[in-house]
Design a protein around this ligand. Structure first.
Ligand code: BGC
Length: 372
């Protein structure tokens, strides 16, 4: 079968490989599921891996098959799989509990304290940019056929669901927390999915991006589900507070780390800031009003939390939000799927769009590996 791979730590090494079709018995205990890949999304992490900034090959391999934003159809199941059958649509989670930490042992590998982690398509495990994969049924989430068209968005959404769940858990420190307003920093595909998830929870949501509002599809998408959009070129996060009030919750997903200090100054009392950008660079920033930030955090019982990856429960939360969003704003999620590239052999096109997403006005670029 065909697959798209890179040589980790070698720049622009993305290429096509020919591999053996995986077999059910690679998974022990009769829990194997063979999945035909239908769609695979491409994101900034894939771009970073191809730019040699990130990514580790599996043991014994020189290459790493890319792809973690997946969607597929079950072809065959082993004898101990009762919850899935041939023809079911599934999305697989990304991280596996192969570390030594206590969190890996209790199935919370998304909270591992190990320095190494096992993530399909990213670190130490081959990914889903392939025609087929096998996986243990424990890591597969069943997808209702009515959301098949947009289910390739579930994996990025799962990251947000985990962030929101963490915020909710942390805010249990307050006997009553009735958040009303939220700011989402960044309106790329992760930002838009965050805005959607917060709108599904009834928040008044304010999205912020770099680009001017006029003619910007992402801004139109914000407004189509009742959120606002402002360009930070015209309105900084700190100044936006005069317009919208302080935020009960801020979700940061711009990839631009200096903005977190602006966000820290724009939180309401008891508010929470969620950080979700993986910023691999070396950027430093000065002129941070540290006394002010520190004092506000202390006097206002404010909180800030980092979040990475997602577990099964977060994927399941995501399925519900996708379904609810389809019910409330039919067709909105499909508008995010701006660039479909058919066939794994056209990987160069996918990476060309990924590298120049501004030029292409791309929100989500994905491979159609097989027809739904
Ligand atoms: C993936 C996560 C992963 C993170 C860090 C993201 O792109 O969606 O599953 O944990 O990268 O490797």
């Amino acid at each position: 079968m065909k697959a798209v791979a890179v040589i980790p730590k070698k720049e622009k090494s993305v290429h096509l490989v020919e591999m053996e079709k995986p077999k059910l018995d690679e998974i022990k205990n009769g829990r194997g599921v063979l999945v035909e890949v239908l769609r695979v999304g491409a994101c900034g992490t894939d771009r970073e891996i191809n730019n040699a900034e990130y990514g580790v090959a599996p043991e014994g391999f020189e290459f790493l098959v890319l792809g973690h934003e997946n969607f597929g159809r079950v072809v065959e199941v082993s004898e101990n799989v009762k919850e899935l059958q041939k023809g079911d649509f599934v999305v697989a989670t990304v991280r596996r509990p192969f570390g030594a930490s206590i969190y890996d042992k209790i199935g919370q590998q998304d909270f591992t304290t190990d320095a190494e982690y096992w993530e399909r398509g990213i670190s130490r495990l081959h990914g889903y940019m392939a025609e087929f994969y096998v996986e243990n049924a424990d890591f597969l989430v069943k997808i209702p056929p009515k959301i098949a068209e947009i289910a390739v968005l579930l994996e990025p959404l799962s990251i947000i669901e985990k962030g929101l769940k963490q915020a909710e858990d942390i805010q249990k420190r307050l006997d009553i927390w009735q958040p009303k307003t939220a700011a989402v920093l960044g309106t790329g595909n992760v930002g838009l999915l965050t805005i959607m998830a917060l709108r599904m929870r009834g928040f008044e949501v304010h999205g912020f991006g770099k680009q001017a509002r006029e003619g910007y599809l992402n801004a139109q998408l914000c407004e189509a589900i009742g959120a606002t959009y402002d360009s930070t070129d015209g309105l900084s996060i700190v100044n936006s507070v005069e317009k919208y009030g302080e935020y009960d919750l801020i979700f940061e997903c711009t990839g631009y780390s200096p903005i977190i200090f602006d966000a820290m100054q724009s939180l309401n009392e008891n508010g929470i800031l969620i950080l979700a950008s993986v910023t691999g660079g070396e950027r430093k920033t000065d002129a941070v009003p540290s006394d002010k930030i520190n004092q506000e955090f202390v006097l206002g019982n404010r909180a800030m939390v980092g979040t990475v990856n997602a577990n099964r429960e977060h994927f399941e939360m995501g399925v519900k939000d996708l379904a609810l969003c389809e019910a409330m704003y039919e067709g909105w999620l499909a508008r995010m799927l701006t660039h479909k590239v058919s066939g794994l052999e056209n990987y160069e096109k996918v990476f060309e769009i990924l590298e120049n997403s501004g030029k292409y006005n791309a929100i989500k670029t994905f491979f159609e590996v097989n027809k739904i």
